[in-house]
Design a protein around this ligand. Sequence first.
Ligand SMILES: O=C(CO)COP(=O)(O)O
Length: 122
Amino acid sequence: MRIALVAHNQKKDDMVALAIEFAPLLRQHTLMATGTTGGRLQDEAGLTVERLLSGPLGGDLQIGARLSMGEVDTLIFLRDPMTAQPHEPDINALVRACDVHNVPCATNMATARMLLEDLSRR
Ligand SMILES: O=C(CO)COP(=O)(O)O
């Protein structure tokens, strides 16, 4: 599976913790991430990740474009609902692309864990 991983700043610690917990599973898949998220996943979880641009610089749009081309099978996007983001339209576009193309999209830890647990049973 090709899994995209994205986390807003206030959610990056959660993303790293999730990645460490599921590292053996995630290593069996192809990973891509927005820039800063990807850097932390490489450095702190030891994962091999294709790093795209940082979210505010177009990374969400890059993932959305790849997803729309059929190159992403699932998205874990830990959004921060409490902080306004300068690139809100890009965030909405990425989540919308998941709905348009029927790609599973986990936007909080509980759903992300369910998604990864389901993947680990396959
Ligand atoms: O802003 C983001 C998602 O909208 C995440 O981007 P970074 O991983 O580069 O911080």
